[in-house]
Write a protein that binds this ligand. Structure first.
Ligand SMILES: *Cc1c(COP(=O)(O)O)cnc(C)c1O
Length: 397
């Protein structure tokens, strides 16, 4: 089938919830994707911060292939070895004590909120607790996750959402303080806001929120779904802040393409929150995703990806800064590690579309930010190729 036929068939079958770019992917190799016409594209989006290992990690793929032959799924009524291995690895990497595996990021958020509510319920014996979330945050599309997503446009058609959510301004401690009541059980935020436009938390802000939580017996939930798994040069972004959450969510790159998420918590929270019967999932943490998560952690170690990201970040930042100097339409660079944004005064959707024409995959974040979340295995030459291609795009616009 040619491209037009695929697109027509998709338009006649799939629910129209995405305005997709007119590209049909066929396969990937290294850090490149190829469409059905055989055209090559340098990937600086990684399937939205998912494909951190790129497309040619044979060790990872071989683990998946073996697990397909061995066992895919058994349900959570029994034990399975791969997920136990995966649990050990994610706990060792995070310093958290307990993990629950989900199938997506939004489900990890749901679990995190339930854990926080149950913790507060266990401690003070009544329901009706509130959560503080941030404006311009993104935590997912299910009703619970949407309720803590500070974006009116996403929320409005689906109201009423879960009650008891108050919104504060990210990086504004006073605005968080102003929302605390005696019912507050948790403060939820991304360590680096992704969809909202690539805003890292200020160290003082995050430390201040941690202190507020400690003072009021409130749980700090850090959403590391996009910024976690090595993207900032630490396994989890909060690890560079000297601040530890009580509950953390992970997904996206956790399986590097195999759909899996997780919420993790400290022993203190685990002891007083979700108990048998409180939460569950049919697929969550099945042997297949367990093998994938385990293999991802093994490859991070094998390839020394954290060190690689740390080493490459100054070069990526420098090249992006040079673009800001060179083009009036680019006003600011911000971000951490391999999670970078350029504020752009041109329509970002058009820039992304034009970049695709030139064989470069970049995506937007919010209304006016070009987002760069490449596979973590990119090298200098890929950064150079990206800047050349993006320059060609901007020269033409
Ligand atoms: C993508 C994302 C989610 C939602 O994850 P899904 O797997 O799409 O449900 C939640 N939080 C953040 C920060 C994200 O980037």
């Amino acid at each position: 089938m040619n491209k037009e036929k695929y697109i027509k068939a998709a338009d006649e079958t799939l629910l129209h919830t995405y305005n997709r770019f007119g590209v049909v992917w066929d396969h990937g190799k290294d850090v490149y994707l190829y469409d059905t016409d055989g055209k090559e594209y340098l990937d600086f989006a990684a399937g939205i911060a998912v494909n951190s290992l790129g497309y040619s990690n044979e060790a990872y793929k071989n683990v998946l292939k073996s697990q397909v032959d061995l066992l895919l799924h058994t349900s959570n009524l029994y034990y399975n070895p791969p997920i136990i291995e995966a649990a050990k690895k994610v706990l060792a990497a995070s310093g958290m004590d307990r993990v629950f595996f989900t199938n997506s990021g939004t489900e990890a958020i749901e679990g995190a909120i339930k854990a926080a509510k149950k913790y507060a319920y266990t401690r003070d014996g009544h329901a009706g607790h509130e959560v503080i979330a941030m404006n311009h945050s993104f935590h997912g599309r299910s009703i619970g996750a949407l309720s803590v997503t500070g974006n009116k446009h996403y929320q409005e058609p689906f109201e009423p959402l879960v009650p008891g959510v108050r919104f504060a301004d990210f990086n504004n401690l006073d605005s968080v303080k102003a929302q605390i009541t005696d019912k507050t059980c948790a403060i939820i935020m991304e360590t680096v806001q992704g969809e909202g436009g690539i805003y890292p938390a200020d160290p003082d802000f995050l430390a201040g929120v941690r202190a507020l939580c400690d003072e009021h017996d409130i749980l700090l939930i850090l959403d590391e779904i996009q910024c976690g798994m090595g993207r900032t040069g630490e396994m989890f972004a909060w690890q560079s802040y000297g601040v530890k959450p009580d509950i953390m969510t992970v997904a996206k790159a956790l399986g590097c393409g195999v759909p899996v998420g997780a919420f993790l918590m400290t022993q203190k929270v685990a002891d007083q929150s979700l108990a048998p019967g409180d939460h569950g999932t049919t697929y969550g943490g099945n042997p297949f995703v367990g093998a994938a998560v385990s293999a991802v952690f093994d490859q991070f170690e094998e390839l020394q990806l954290l060190a690689h990201v740390k080493e490459m970040t100054p070069y990526l930042e420098q090249k992006l800064e040079e673009l800001v100097q060179r083009y009036d339409c680019l006003t600011t660079r911000r971000g951490k590690g391999f999670m970078q944004g350029l504020v752009c005064t041109l329509p970002v959707g058009k820039v992304c579309a034009k970049a695709l024409e030139k064989g470069l995959i970049v995506i937007s974040a919010g209304a006016d930010v070009l987002r760069f979340v490449p596979p973590l295995v990119i090298e200098q030459k890929h950064v150079d190729e990206m800047t050349e291609k993006l320059s060609a795009v901007l020269d033409e616009m």
